[in-house]
Write a new protein. Structure first.
Length: 204
């Protein structure tokens, strides 16, 4: 049986009474808890060569999944027919707007497909994006309708569950659209009320 260390020999005798009582309480808790459990032989041996070699494979798998997601985004952009760049950034119903990452999200890309409006005048939309970074807690991305070069109104928000994950979300624009209207995606952090930095904008 291991004898616990003597408290007086650990702290000495030059402490005031209050500090000494506080340290004694901590000492007694540590003694009662006992020593930590021993490591299993598997953990004590450390990482094996197979474990080390498996890490690059996981990274390659993640990159392959991201590349596949990017291909899906580009395919959706092509599916809509003529891209917004053919008409100076505007988009009509039934077409797809191709978006590219800004300096706030380099390497990101997306496609926004706008369906014809329903009986109530709402414009359903499908956004597919890849390469957006995961945001801090309570952060999210917002799709904004842009008119005359400025964000006018939000059309829906979404989050990225993990770093550089591909996302596909259904949105809605309950507004009267005009020729030349377009969309951007902004980054919104907790507490922000105005539109945040643009992370995706229409390609030229």
């Amino acid at each position: 049986m291991t004898v616990p260390p003597d408290f007086d020999s650990l702290v000495g005798s030059d402490l005031d009474a209050g500090e000494r009582d506080r340290l004694r309480g901590v000492h007694e808790l540590l003694v009662a808890a006992g020593p930590p459990p021993e490591l299993s032989p598997h953990l004590e041996a450390g990482p094996t060569l197979a474990m080390t070699l498996s890490r690059p494979r996981r990274q390659l798998k993640r990159r392959a999944m991201l590349l596949a997601a990017a291909v899906v985004v580009l395919a959706l952009a092509a599916f809509g027919g003529y891209l917004a760049g053919n008409r100076g950034g505007g988009i009509a119903s039934g077409e797809t707007l191709k978006l590219a990452g800004t300096a706030a999200a380099p390497g990101a890309l997306a496609a926004l497909h706008v369906d014809p409006s329903d009986a109530a005048g709402n414009w359903p939309m499908q956004l597919s994006a890849a390469g957006l970074p995961k945001l801090p807690p309570h952060g999210y991305y917002e799709v904004y309708l842009v008119r005359d070069g400025k964000p006018l109104a939000p059309c829906g928000s979404f989050v990225v569950g993990r770093k550089d994950a591909a996302v596909s979300v259904r949105l809605n624009a309950p507004y009267h659209l005009r020729p030349g209207d377009s969309w951007v995606v902004t980054r919104q952090l907790a507490g922000e009320r105005e539109s945040g930095p643009v992370v995706l904008r229409p390609t030229a």
